[in-house]
Ligand binder design. Structure first.
Ligand code: SAH
Length: 306
């Protein structure tokens, strides 16, 4: 009998240093399918993010987890000056392609895309215009922050990354950051899904969670995403051409996350932004009183003038 091995990520992903879970290009490809048409975000999402930016009169935005460029694209189209960064070149590849294809549009021509790790943000953005003065808004969305593991057990890297985000926000500006509802994932053992609040993509069949405890403390959550192959085949020619085994393997992916619970995460944000910072939290873009079992929590925190 062969032992089964517990893998925290799909095969082929770099195992040293901070893992880029998208390094083999597979998750990046499946992610494109997961989020569906990039130009087709849910209207609730668009109104939420643009509403927050416009109400504070924001002009410049730093998207520190741009991935394939999905949030940035929307903001570029809305006329914001966007700097998009990500640690994974496999993900950035899709954003760079989009910018190239639409370069004749002035809004896209001035879109800045750069590789940068949250743990070295100032250094990685040294040559970027506007980084020294800071941005009106920093965004980190799509359950991205939870990708940062906590190997030390004291959330040191989380604190460093959030302090780096705070350093990129101008006084009076704000950070918008989200995470899945890990309170439910840990306490109830289920991944609240509903209709995806961010993306129009309707290929998602199922998300399963496996929760790892270290010394009794929830430390890592592994999510297994499964997409609906039959549906994908109808619209994606490359899938229709694949044999069953390849189609199957291309429709699944596994990623691991740190389970940020709402209260503790709020504390971390206050630590990074100082005691005078104004914090708000939303449940799937609505008030937390309204949505009892949201899929996501979205936090905003404003940097005080002093
Ligand atoms: N915001 C996008 C991307 C989500 S995927 C969307 O909603 O679709 C999460 C992204 O976080 C990945 O592209 C991954 O490369 C990036 N990421 C994870 N850890 C990072 C780190 N330490 N520094 C910078 N980016 C990181």
């Amino acid at each position: 009998m062969v032992d089964s091995i517990y893998r925290t990520r799909s095969l082929g992903v770099a195992a040293v240093g901070l893992p880029d879970q998208y390094a083999d290009g597979k998750a990046a490809k499946v992610w494109e399918l997961y989020i569906g048409c990039k130009n087709d975000r849910t209207s609730v999402y668009k109104e939420f993010i643009c509403g927050h930016l416009k109400k504070r009169n924001c002009k410049t935005v730093l998207d520190v987890a741009c991935g394939t460029g999905v949030d940035s694209l929307l903001l570029v189209e809305e006329g914001f000056n966007v700097v998009s960064t990500d640690a994974s070149d496999k993900m950035l590849k899709y954003a760079l392609k989009e910018r190239w294809e639409r370069r004749k549009d002035e809004r896209f021509d001035k879109w800045v895309i750069e590789e940068a790790n949250w743990l070295n943000l100032a250094e990685d953005l040294e040559d970027i215009e506007g980084a020294k003065e800071g941005f009106d808004a920093v965004i980190c969305l799509g359950n991205s922050f939870a990708h940062l593991p906590d190997f030390g057990g004291e959330q040191e890297n989380h604190k460093v990354a959030l302090a780096n985000f705070a350093s990129m926000v101008k006084p009076g500006g704000f950070l918008m950051i989200d995470h899945r509802n890990y309170d439910a994932i840990i306490d109830l053992g289920v991944v609240p899904q509903g209709k995806n609040v961010y993306y129009q993509g309707d290929f998602m069949d199922d998300i399963k969670c496996s929760n790892l405890y270290v010394n009794g403390k929830p430390t890592m959550v592994t999510l297994d995403y499964k997409l609906n192959i039959a549906k994908i085949m109808q619209t994606h020619k490359e899938f229709a051409k694949m044999d069953e085994v390849s189609a199957m393997s291309n429709s699944k992916f596994r990623l691991s996350y740190y389970p940020h619970k709402r209260e503790r995460f709020t504390e971390l944000l206050h630590e990074a932004f100082g005691p005078g910072a104004t914090h708000e939290v939303y449940a799937d873009f609505e008030s937390v009183e309204k949505i009892k079992l949201p899929a996501y929590y979205i936090h905003t925190i404003e940097k005080p003038y002093i």
